[in-house]
Design a protein around this ligand. Structure first.
Ligand SMILES: Nc1ncnc2c1ncn2[C@@H]1O[C@H](COP(=O)(O)OP(=O)(O)OP(=O)(O)O)[C@@H](O)[C@H]1O
Length: 292
C-alpha cells in the first residue's frame, strides 16, 4: 500500500516549517476490536485545500473525528494547530459544516441569527461577568443557547464590531438578501451557505465540511464550490469529505483516498492519473458520475 506524499511534506512535496493545521502520526482506531482506520500519518498545512475520498464505510467521518479530537485514537498522535487534538479548546478556529446542515426545527431562527452564533466564542464569559445577572443565568441554564431567551441574552451582548463581522460574512456568502429568513425556509444550498457564514463570523482558520453538497441542486453545488475556492484563495484551510469525485478533482488541490488505510495522498491531478481510485473503490467508480 503506497502513499504518494510522505507525512512530513505538503502536497507539493516541499518540506514545511510552518505550524501544521492538522498532524496525524501512526493513528489506529476501531469502535470495536475491528480497526476502522489503520496506520494513518498525514500533515495538513495552512492554506491547503484537501479532500478526503473513499467508499462508503471507509472511515472518512471517523478520520475527521480523530483529526478534530472528537475520538481518541487507540494508537498514535493527533494534533490540531500543534496541540494534542483532544486538548484543543480554541473552537472558534474551526468552522464545521455538517452534511444536511440543519437548525433546530422547533426554533424559528433566522439566517442572521445562525451567523451571529459564530460570534459566541468571541463574546466570552468575561463580557458577561458582573454585569447582567439575567444573561449569566440564561447562559448557565442553557449553555448551548437552544432557547430563545438564552439566544436573545447572548445576542444582546454583541458589539457593533461583532455585527459588522456578521454582515460581512453574510455578504461574502451572498446571503445578505436572506438574512431575515428562517433557516427552515431555505434550500439545501442556501442553508449550507448560512452555516459557512457562521464559520466565517467565528473567524475560523480551518473549514471542515462533511459531504456538504448532498441534496443540493446542481447549480447551487457549482456556486458553493466557487465560494469554497474563493475562501481558500483568501487563506482559509479547507478540509472536505466528498463523495462527488468530479467536484473533488476539479476543486481540491490535494486528495487523500482512504479505505481503512491511505491509498493515495497527493495532488488531484496525480490522483486522476493513478490507480488508487480503482484499488480503493473497486472497478465501479468513475470521476464523472461520483462514487454512488
Ligand atoms: N459510532 C460508531 N460505532 C460503531 N461503529 C461505527 C460508528 N461510526 C461508524 N462506525 C463504523 O465505522 C466504519 C467507518 O464509518 P465512517 O462513518 O467513518 O465511514 P465513512 O467513510 O464516513 O462512510 P460514509 O461514506 O458512508 O459516510 C463503518 O463500518 C461504520 O459502520
Amino acid at each position: 500500500m503506497s502513499t504518494q506524499t510522505p507525512a512530513s511534506t505538503t502536497s507539493s512535496g516541499t518540506a514545511s516549517s510552518t505550524e501544521s493545521v492538522i498532524e496525524l502520526s501512526g493513528i489506529d482506531f476501531g469502535y470495536t476490536s475491528t480497526p476502522v482506520v489503520e496506520d494513518i500519518s498525514l500533515r495538513i498545512d495552512p492554506g491547503e485545500y484537501v479532500a478526503v475520498v473513499g467508499p462508503n464505510g471507509s472511515g472518512k467521518s471517523t478520520l475527521m473525528k480523530l483529526m478534530l479530537g472528537l475520538l481518541r485514537p487507540d494508537e498514535g498522535d493527533a494534533r490540531l494547530f500543534g496541540e494534542p487534538s483532544r486538548q484543543f479548546d480554541d473552537g472558534e478556529r474551526i468552522g464545521y459544516v455538517a452534511q444536511h446542515a440543519s437548525a433546530s426545527k422547533e426554533m424559528p431562527i433566522t439566517v442572521r441569527e445562525v451567523v451571529k452564533m459564530g460570534r459566541f466564542p468571541h463574546v466570552g464569559f468575561d463580557r458577561l461577568i458582573d454585569d447582567d445577572q439575567t444573561v449569566i443565568d440564561a447562559v448557565r441554564e442553557d449553555p448551548l443557547c437552544t432557547s430563545r431567551g438564552a439566544l436573545d441574552a447572548v445576542f444582546g451582548r454583541l458589539s457593533s464590531e461583532d455585527w459588522d463581522i456578521v454582515d460581512r460574512a453574510l455578504d461574502t456568502v451572498g446571503m445578505t438578501a436572506f438574512a431575515n429568513r428562517r433557516v427552515t425556509q431555505l434550500s439545501g444550498g442556501q442553508r449550507q451557505r448560512a452555516f459557512i457564514a457562521r464559520a466565517l463570523a467565528s473567524e475560523a482558520d480551518l473549514l471542515v465540511l462533511d459531504e456538504p453538497t448532498v441534496g443540493v441542486d446542481i447549480e447551487s453545488v457549482e456556486a458553493f464550490y466557487d465560494l469554497l475556492d474563493a475562501l481558500n484563495r483568501d487563506g482559509i484551510t479547507v478540509l472536505l469529505i466528498e463523495h462527488d469525485l468530479g467536484a473533488v478533482t476539479e476543486h481540491a488541490e490535494r486528495v487523500i483516498c482512504l479505505n481503512r488505510e491511505i491509498y493515495f495522498d497527493g495532488s488531484a491531478s496525480e490522483f486522476v492519473e493513478s490507480d488508487a481510485l480503482a484499488r480503493a473503490f473497486g472497478t465501479t467508480a468513475n470521476l464523472l458520475g461520483g462514487s454512488r
